[in-house]
Design a protein around this ligand. Structure first.
Ligand code: NAI
Length: 364
């Protein structure tokens, strides 16, 4: 029976990389009914919202979505579709594997790590108060009354809520992921030496949960030291679990270790829904030119196939990407530039997608 999947192609380069991805998935032989749903700026013009209810209904119904990037115009009052989707379905875990591929043009070999980022709390939850607002004033008064310090009166304020339940849920997810995927170590990343209450709570929760998983090694590392360690010896890391904001920053750092945003897949997982998407944005600077790298979208589709129980097809897609990149003769401009400093001899988005699709079919 066909798998039911919502496809949100998105805007910018989204439709181009989605087309290339569909060709690759079709070549894998897995039967998918794509429920195509539009979201973003164009829909905003037509329907008055960038994320219409029928898109949410579709994801609710299928439980699985693959999403292209969606532009969030700065300062337009247009709420981020990505943040709205995460909130609507409580997609608490953002999972981003970072795996070196031969010919990925990066400086490192042997990187094979997974970022598990908490997706709902922390400074990233967006609970903020403008400079001069009543809310900011009330917080300043509380801080002073409690003897917790002083805040300059001309400050804007963001809150950093970190809960026991939210921390436990993400840390358990990281350990369960490690078990399911034959991984050996989970590292909790924090700044508990300075943020003793919030990051301290995250760290202590991680230590407590780790005791339930004696088969998986556990350690913890301060976020700044983690960044240095990732740049100096990325192969030392396995699964990293992080609060929201550190996870956001460190996952892009890790994408840079394995060839950049064009190669980095991702997923946002909740109890009942899962949305798979490339890490990068809509790349308006290269949209409509058939030069974007669709690999991150293709590898996100492979993660989705794993989730749907189609591990063999997912494996064939990863092998095909690996082989085509390793050969180096049919790669997109970003990879060619990273390898040789020039884009000469690169191929377009669709040609690359066809090459990967052909290889997937051969492997089948
Ligand atoms: P971006 O990731 O779109 O682009 C950053 C740079 O990387 C650009 O030079 C772009 O050309 C390049 N790039 C990105 N993806 C590429 C690919 N597949 N192949 C080759 N080159 C690629 O980030 P930016 O410019 O900060 O954001 C653009 C828009 O995307 C913004 O409106 C932002 O809000 C949105 N965005 C959406 C995301 C999503 O839907 N998940 C995630 C991140 C940003």
């Amino acid at each position: 029976m066909a798998h039911q999947v919502t496809l949100i192609p998105g805007d910018g380069i989204g439709p181009e990389i989605s087309a290339a991805m569909r060709e690759v998935v079709a070549a894998s032989g897995v039967d998918i009914d794509w429920h195509v749903q539009e979201a973003g700026a164009k829909v905003m013009e037509a329907e008055g919202t960038p994320l219409p209810e029928h898109v949410l209904d579709s994801v609710r119904e299928t439980g699985t979505a693959l999403k292209g990037p969606v532009t969030t115009p700065v300062g337009s009052g247009f709420r981020s579709v990505n943040v709205a989707l995460r909130r609507a379905f409580d997609l608490f875990a953002c999972v981003r594997p970072c795996l070196s591929m031969p010919g990925d043009g990066s400086r490192y070999d042997g990187v094979d790590l997974v970022i598990v980022r908490e997706n709902t709390e922390d400074l990233y939850a967006g609970i903020e108060f403008d400079e001069g607002s009543k809310g900011a004033r009330a917080i300043m008064d509380t801080v002073e009354r409690e003897g917790a310090g002083t805040i300059k009166p001309d400050s804007a304020i963001s809150l950093k809520p970190v809960s026991v339940s939210g921390s436990e849920r993400i840390v358990r997810y990281a350990f369960d992921y490690a078990r399911r995927n034959g991984r050996h170590k989970v590292t909790a990343v924090h700044k508990a030496n300075i943020m003793k209450c919030t990051d301290g709570l995250f760290l202590h929760t991680a230590e407590r949960v780790a005791a339930d998983y004696p088969d998986i090694a556990f350690d913890s590392k301060i976020v700044d030291a983690t960044c240095m360690g990732l740049v100096m010896a990325p192969a030392d890391f396995d699964v990293l679990v992080l609060p929201n904001l550190y996870g956001d920053i460190v996952s892009d750092l890790c994408a840079g270790l394995v060839g950049g945003l064009g190669l980095a897949p991702g997923s946002n997982i909740g109890e009942h829904q899962a949305i798979f998407e490339a890490t990068h944005g809509s790349a308006p600077d290269i949209a409509g030119k058939d030069i974007a790298n669709p690999t991150a979208m293709i590898l996100s589709a492979a993660m989705m196939l794993d989730h749907l129980g189609e591990g063999a097809a997912a494996g064939r897609i990863r092998t095909a990407v690996r082989e085509v990149l390793a050969e180096g003769t049919c790669v997109t401009a970003d990879i060619r530039r990273a390898l040789s400093g020039s884009t000469e001899g690169c191929v377009g988005t669709q040609a690359y997608g066809k090459a990967v699709a052909a290889r997937v079919a051969e492997l089948g």
